[in-house]
Ligand binder design. Structure first.
Ligand code: ATP
Length: 376
């Protein structure tokens, strides 16, 4: 009887692929971008590597430097490639004084959010140590909430226009785009997030608060209000509350303990999370994820490219490092994520930080301290 070589039925001769290792590494695209992004992302990458996480990292040079060299912001099919070949993307920041139009930042960052449909911008707001917070007598566990910002609509769609520009009759309009689909999915995301994520102390999250300005923006706000009430009925175990954005800003400073999960539109999310970053120790401490469940998601520190401090080894790398931890957690590597968070917490408590949060170290040195802590 003639046998087919390497037939599956032949138990004595294993086929060649039987001997190949199974690849389970998470593929991560790294895009440092501009300004301090080019300093904090390399530090965050070293921290990821120090955890020994099973990852494969590939760096891309998208940003101002590349744009000024060859006019390319995003290479052809760049977003398709990211979605197809990677499990996650770690981004620094975009913005360079040499590119006055900021066109590259718009095309890369907003392009990623819009074209990859990363509709949920998730920004955890956690106070690691009382010394970081400008509020008096605060207990770190009192500040532990999450802002869920709609990321693909609102005023960021650039709808609108200018008429009779440069004349006394000039008219400018800026449209606030709110779709039923967009509003419903972000509100549902917030309730799901609330149901599935615990607070740092292990207690369950219990409340979703929707923030808008529906008393002035009645059409868009009306849609948000209706959808919020509808979706909240599907989650009777979660308390649903509402606050106007102006009141929320005041309450966030007066008593941040009352917040748990906040859901809001693109612009209010942008604004209130800078305020919230102030409670955590400033922009240098804040992390974020741009998420579409089940698709390749993108993670970036909340801060921008901060050109005034770029290139000086001054930028706080902890926002980027905590962002890397958030990304690893999202990829199912929660052990590595927790180790990174613990090392950053130790650095803050021992004042092994950059100047903006009261320490004596530079960007690289703060990262090295975290890596030593991870190795100890
Ligand atoms: P964008 O418009 O992209 O948000 P921006 O210039 O408004 O950018 P950032 O680039 O985030 O805002 O920075 C504003 C200021 O905050 C900086 O000039 C700097 O003083 C401070 N800052 C931001 N990020 C950091 C950081 N990682 N470490 C220390 N200071 C920072």
């Amino acid at each position: 009887m003639q046998r087919q070589p390497h037939s599956l039925a032949d138990a004595t001769v294993p086929p060649f692929w039987y001997l190949l290792p199974v690849t389970t590494k998470k593929r991560i695209a790294i895009i440092p971008g501009d300004g301090i992004g080019r300093e904090v992302i390399p530090v965050a990458v070293k921290v990821i590597e120090a955890t020994g996480a099973p990852v494969e990292l590939s760096e891309f040079d998208w940003g101002a430097e590349r744009y000024l060299k060859d006019g390319v912001t995003v290479p052809p099919d760049g977003f398709t490639m990211l979605g197809r070949d990677f499990d996650a993307i770690l981004v620094g920041a975009f913005g360079d004084p040499r590119v006055k139009t900021n066109i590259h930042a718009k095309e890369i960052l907003l392009g990623m959010r819009f074209k990859m449909d990363l509709y949920a911008n998730v920004r955890p707001v956690r106070l690691l140590d009382a010394s970081l917070c400008p509020l008096k007598g605060v207990d770190p566990k009192d500040i532990d909430f999450v802002a869920v910002r709609e990321n693909t609509e609102g005023v960021y769609t650039d709808a609108g226009g200018v008429f009779k520009q440069g004349t006394p009759d000039e008219i400018a309009t800026q449209e606030d785009i709110n779709t039923r689909k967009g509003v419903e999915r972000i509100i549902r995301y917030a309730f799901e997030y609330c149901e599935r994520h615990k607070k740092q102390d292990g207690s369950p999250r219990r409340k979703v608060l929707m923030c808008d300005k529906s008393n002035a923006m009645t059409h868009a706000g009306g849609l948000w209000q209706r959808v919020f009430h509808e979706v909240s009925r599907e989650y009777p175990q979660i308390t649903a509350e509402h606050m106007y954005v102006d009141a929320l800003c005041m309450q966030m400073v007066r008593d941040p303990r009352q917040f748990d999960v906040i859901v809001t539109n693109n612009m209010f999310g942008d604004i209130i999370t800078d305020l919230a970053a102030g409670l955590q120790g400033g922009l240098g401490m804040a992390a974020s994820g741009n998420i579409h469940p089940g698709k390749t998601s993108m993670f970036e520190p909340v801060h921008g490219s901060a050109p005034t401090i770029a290139g000086k080894n001054m930028a706080n790398p902890f926002g980027a490092i905590l962002t890397a931890a958030m990304m690893l957690g999202h990829l199912g590597l929660s052990g590595e994520a927790e180790k990174i968070e613990a090392a950053v917490l130790a650095a803050v408590r021992e004042k092994r930080t950059t100047v903006d949060v009261g320490g004596p170290l530079g960007t690289r040195e703060a990262g090295e301290w975290v890596n030593k802590k991870l190795a100890s």
